[in-house]
Structure formats: structure tokens, C-alpha cells
Write a protein that binds this ligand. Structure first.
Ligand SMILES: Cc1cc2nc3c(=O)[nH]c(=O)nc-3n(C[C@H](O)[C@H](O)[C@H](O)COP(=O)(O)OP(=O)(O)OC[C@H]3O[C@@H](n4cnc5c(N)ncnc54)[C@H](O)[C@@H]3O)c2cc1C
Length: 470
């Protein structure tokens, strides 16, 4: 295979890398995708998909156990954890084989191995057994993702990573989750709903620090009602093994014990070994503003979690599409169009209640001194919420007071991750509240909640009391 030559070598087959590879192959470029493990990356193999499969199971259990008021009773759900884990692997396996077929049919050549940069227009692929070969290419896309950040406060191996937390050998009696970001709240809710006694520690004063504060507060209250012990402003300083479990100590003097501890304390970029030194970068995140590095005749582009550590798969996919567009232009015309940052990337947490939001938060708007109008809709007032017996939930729309332009939509409640697509369209297209209300939403459906919050932002609430427009 010496003298082998490709238009683009993609290193890393997660959402950012495989998306770009498919798109570039569709444009008829010769694309090699080097993946050291399995295509689909963190998302498919040890992140989004296994976690959402487990969360689906927990929801089914919860739904069954709360059906009695409707006149439908089931025995208490008993979990066979070994079967659950086998089923999760089946879900992963079927999605992965679908992705492999799409890659193959698109013309992407996938090679298993560890990829790294050698020099301008040259990468190496190591087969894992130390055997290396060299590949020449016109452009390189680095999409090697992120790895869990190791907590400095614990001996090696005592605190499981966010990924390991999905594949526990058995359900523990008690669990401590360190970190109240998206992954932390999902893991905490998942295991609590499966009957595990869960303590969730967050060093900031609220859960989901990046979300709108009102949304975080509602989630916090719901978690406490569901029996999850939430400790906020609790910075962990030490984790120690004890004779009957693991002890977690915080800066403020609290001590919590549990049989398993999961650290959902963020992730860090995972660049190939030579990426920083060969590209003369301080950090690979230096590439973030433009995503690209012109290296003589070769172009090096980066996308996804590699650039900033913790990200989202939908953000990585959007970046994969955009970097493919840029690379296509480069290969075609030798000119590199500027990176067009994707529309605001929504945040999400698939616990119960779910959380999703996009655009500016209320706190950020006030910090920036923007005059905004906020329309709120309490989800429990909707038909679907009454039918499904769901109480917790709020949709809030933030609009510019003068122009009426929708600046942000933040939601907590059942199925709100499925409403985030509509919220994204409203925010990314820069629509006004009145324009957003031109769409007719199906009744009775959860999407009516967005319409109701838009009406409230206009000062004309329909199926709710005048809750708050300010
Ligand atoms: C528990 C958990 C749950 C999550 N849930 C969600 C969710 O619900 N929704 C969401 O949007 N996001 C979620 N995420 C985040 C999401 O998984 C990531 O943001 C996404 O996978 C990033 O995609 P990526 O392509 O940048 O990197 P990755 O998916 O990490 O892919 C990088 C790939 O590169 C490969 N690689 C690394 N180094 C090399 C090398 N030198 N040579 C060859 N290959 C290499 C890796 O094996 C990997 O396959 C979750 C993450 C975790 C951990």
C-alpha cells in the first residue's frame, strides 16, 4: 500500500469525523477514515446511545409504576441488569452496523488503527501491534474527540468515569455522582429511578450551571421530590476507600458515603500525540476560532469535542457538516471559505423531567443589559400533561422587548428534548414572537407548550393564567 494517496484523511470516527467523511465521499472525494476503536465514537459506543437506552428503560419502569391512578396496575418493576446490559449492546450493535453500511455505501474507506500526523500531507496509521504505515493526503481532519477528565482528588480507579458509569457490573445499593452537569444529572436520575440511593454533588450553587437558572431550580426541586439527595456548592476535596464503601469529603465539611462513585467532572480534548507539536500549537484548542491550519500544500482541520472537551454530539455533527463544506471548497478551488459557526447549539439533559434550551439565558440577557420580555407556560396546564399525569415543567421564551425577536427558549418537562428542534428553528432563524405564532401546532401535543409560551411573551396568554411577562 506504499504510495497510497487520499484527498482527505479523517482521524477519529465519532459524530464529527464520520459525518464529515460521509459528506466528503458524497462529493466524490477519496476519503480514508482512521478509527482506533469503533465507528460512532463516544456518542454511539459509550455515551449518548447507551445512556439514552438505559434512561428509556428507567422511564418505562417509572411510567408503569405511576399508572395506577389511571386504573392500570403492574407489579413493581424488577430489573435484570445483565439482560439490560445485553440489550444495550444490541442497540449499540445495530446502530453501529447501520453506520458502517452507510460509510461503506458512501465510499468512505474505514481503517482500524491509531492515526497521527507525521508531516505536511502525511499521516501514519498504527495497527495497535506497533506496525505502522504511512498515508499521503491533501487534507487532514482531526476529530479525535475527548476523554473523561481524571479527578485530582481521588486515588486511581476509585472513581468511575462517566463512560464506565453506564456499564456497571451490577446495580449498587448506593451511588454518589460527582458533577451536576448534563451527564451527572442523567446518571443520578437513571440510577435513582432504578431503586439506587443516589447523592448528587455539584460544586456550583445550582445543577446544570450552563442552563437557564429558573430551569435548573425546577429540576433541582423535582430531583429532591423524587428522592435524590442533591448537595450544591459542594466542592469535593477527597475520595477515600473505607471498610464498607467509599467516602467523599467536601470543602465545606460534608461527608457522604456510597458503594460506588461516578465522576462526571467534565472531559478533556484528546489530540493525537503529534498534533500539538507538529502544528506548532500551544493547545489543540488554538484551532477553535477558524478550525483550520494551513500547512504548506496541506490543510489541517479540526472538529468536535477535540476542540473544547465536553460538547454535544449534535454540535459535533453540525461541525462535521460545516468542515466538510470547507474542505470541499478547498479541494475544489484551493481557497478556504471562513468557518461559519453553526446556529446556537441546544443544551439538553435526558433525565426526568427533561431539560433543553437554546439561545441566550435570562441571566445572560440581564448581564448584557438587554431589555427582554419573558413569556412562561407551566406544562402542567396542558392537555398532554394532564393525560400523562405529568406535573413538573416550564417553557419560557425570551424575546427582545423592542423588536420581539426570539432570543432564547428554555424548557424543563416531559419530552422537551423533542421540542428543542422547534426551539432551535425559532431562535436560529431570528424569528419574532409573532412570526413564531404563525405556525399551527397539533392539539393535544407537547409542542402546544411552545405556542403558549410565545402567546405569554406577547402578553396574550391563552390556556394559562397571566403568569409572567416582564
Ligand atoms: C455518558 C455520556 C452521555 C452523553 N450523552 C449525550 C447526549 O445525549 N447528547 C449529546 O449530544 N451528546 C452526548 N454526549 C457527548 C457526545 O458523546 C460527544 O459530544 C460526541 O461524541 C463528540 O463527538 P466527536 O466526534 O467530537 O468525538 P468522539 O465521539 O469522542 O469520537 C472521537 C473518535 O476518535 C477516535 N480516536 C481518538 N484518537 C484516535 C486516534 N489517534 N486515531 C484514530 N482514532 C482515534 C476515538 O476512538 C473516537 O471513536 C455524551 C457523552 C457521554 C460521555
Amino acid at each position: 500500500m506504499s504510495g497510497e494517496w487520499w484527498d482527505v484523511a479523517v482521524i477519529g470516527g465519532g459524530p464529527a469525523g464520520y459525518t464529515a467523511a460521509i459528506r466528503l465521499a458524497q462529493k466524490k472525494w477519496k476519503v480514508l477514515l482512521v478509527e482506533k476503536d469503533q465507528v460512532g465514537g463516544t456518542c454511539l459506543n459509550r455515551g449518548c446511545i447507551p445512556s439514552k437506552a438505559l434512561i428509556h428503560l428507567a422511564r418505562v419502569k417509572r411510567k408503569a409504576e405511576t399508572a395506577t391512578p389511571m386504573g392500570l396496575s403492574f407489579a413493581k418493576g424488577l430489573v435484570n441488569w445483565e439482560m439490560v446490559q445485553n440489550w444495550v449492546q444490541q442497540v449499540i450493535g445495530s446502530l453501529r452496523s447501520g453506520l458502517e453500511t452507510i460509510l461503506r455505501n458512501s465510499g468512505v474507506v474505514v481503517e482500524r488503527g491509531i492515526g497521527d500526523i507525521i508531516d505536511e500531507g502525511r499521516i501514519q496509521v498504527e495497527d495497535g501491534g506497533g506496525k505502522r504505515r504511512e498515508v499521503k493526503c491533501r487534507a487532514i481532519l482531526l476529530a479525535t474527540g475527548s476523554v473523561p477528565a481524571k479527578p485530582s482528588f481521588a486515588p486511581e480507579g476509585l472513581v468511575l468515569t462517566d463512560e464506565e458509569g453506564l456499564f456497571l457490573p451490577r446495580l449498587p445499593s448506593s451511588l454518589i455522582v460527582i458533577g451536576g452537569g448534563s451527564t451527572g444529572v442523567e446518571l443520578a436520575w437513571l440510577y435513582a429511578s432504578l431503586g439506587v440511593s443516589v447523592t448528587l454533588l455539584e460544586m456550583m450553587p445550582r445543577l446544570l450551571p450552563a442552563a437557564d437558572a429558573e430551569i435548573s431550580d425546577l429540576l433541582d426541586r423535582s430531583f429532591r421530590r423524587q428522592g435524590i439527595k442533591v448537595l450544591l456548592s459542594s466542592r469535593v476535596t477527597q475520595v477515600l476507600p473505607t471498610h464498607n464503601g467509599i467516602e467523599v469529603r467536601t470543602e465545606s465539611g460534608e461527608t457522604v458515603t456510597g458503594s460506588v462513585v461516578i465522576g462526571a467532572v467534565g472531559r478533556k480534548p484528546n489530540p493525537p500525540q503529534n498534533a500539538v507539536s507538529r502544528l506548532s500549537l500551544q493547545e489543540v484548542s488554538d484551532l477553535a476560532p477558524s478550525r483550520c491550519y494551513q500547512w504548506g500544500q496541506c490543510l489541517v482541520v479540526a472538529a468536535g469535542d477535540l476542540l473544547y472537551g465536553s460538547g454535544t454530539a449534535h454540535g459535533a455533527i453540525a461541525e462535521g457538516v460545516e468542515t466538510a463544506r470547507m474542505l470541499d471548497q478547498w479541494l475544489r478551488f484551493g481557497q478556504f471559505p471562513p468557518y461559519a459557526a453553526p446556529a446556537p447549539v441546544p443544551y439538553c439533559a435526558f433525565c426526568h423531567p427533561e431539560v433543553a434550551g437554546v439561545g441566550i439565558t435570562e441571566e445572560a440577557a440581564y448581564k448584557q443589559g438587554r431589555a427582554i420580555t419573558v413569556g412562561r407556560f407551566l406544562i402542567r396546564a396542558s392537555g398532554p400533561a394532564r393525560i400523562e399525569g405529568e406535573g413538573d415543567g416550564l417553557i419560557k421564551v425570551l424575546a427582545d422587548s423592542k423588536t420581539g425577536k426570539i432570543l432564547g427558549i428554555h424548557m424543563v418537562g416531559p419530552y422537551v428534548t423533542h421540542l428543542a428542534g422547534e426551539a432551535s428553528v425559532l431562535v436560529s432563524q431570528g424569528l419574532t414572537v409573532e412570526e413564531g405564532l404563525k405556525a399551527v401546532r397539533i392539539h393535544p401535543s407537547w409542542s402546544e407548550g411552545i405556542g403558549e409560551a410565545l402567546w405569554a411573551a406577547l402578553g396574550e396568554p391563552l390556556h394559562s393564567l397571566h403568569l409572567g411577562r416582564r
